[in-house]
Design a protein around this ligand. Structure first.
Ligand code: SAM
Length: 152
């Protein structure tokens, strides 16, 4: 969980406003082998990673129709253990800082993670995929094809 001490030298936190709108619905949960942030790969999108599972909650199962035809799926998830108040960060604790919007750190005002995964199999409301980088139990926000199949 986020700790007040969870900040590195040269990083800058602000008094972030209390989130009040854009209520999101978690459409499912992500099952991965990783219980701590340190164990997670730094970045997903890799076809070599272990098979992970996207569990879709009802009533959203019907929204999966056609998903099995996709090879690559964009997955959006809520990085629920990330703090949300840093504007400058020091990736890799190097002492060099960058603005939050210039990096893909999980720490951001709205901690939305995006990975493009490879679909391995679909079993009902469960999709087996490769290419994730998140903790076991991470809430799932959305799925969409990597690209629009037809441009009009
Ligand atoms: N691929 C996504 C993106 O680019 O938007 C996320 C990238 S982020 C650098 C991935 C890192 O976030 C992991 O290595 C891990 O340290 C951390 N992380 C993973 N799941 C998390 C969660 N549920 N809450 C907070 N941090 C998480």
């Amino acid at each position: 969980m986020t700790q007040a001490s969870d900040i590195r030298d040269n990083e800058v936190a602000v008094q972030a406003p209390t989130p009040s709108d854009a209520a999101l619905t978690y459409i499912g949960r992500i099952h991965t082998p990783w219980q701590t942030r340190k164990e997670c790969p730094r970045q997903g999108d890799s076809e070599d990673g272990p098979v992970c599972e996207l569990e879709i909650f009802e009533p959203w199962g019907a929204a999966l129709e056609g998903v099995e035809e996709l090879e690559r799926i964009q997955v959006l998830y809520w990085l629920h253990e990330a703090r949300r108040d840093l504007v400058k960060q020091s990736p890799g604790n190097t002492g060099m800082t960058k603005g939050t919007f210039a990096i893909r750190s999980p720490v951001r005002p709205n901690p939305i993670g995006i990975s493009v995964v490879t679909l391995v199999a679909r079993n009902g409301n469960r999709l087996q995929v490769r290419g994730l980088d998140c903790l076991d139990g991470t809430p799932l926000l959305d799925l969409k094809p990597e690209r629009c199949p037809h441009k009009h």
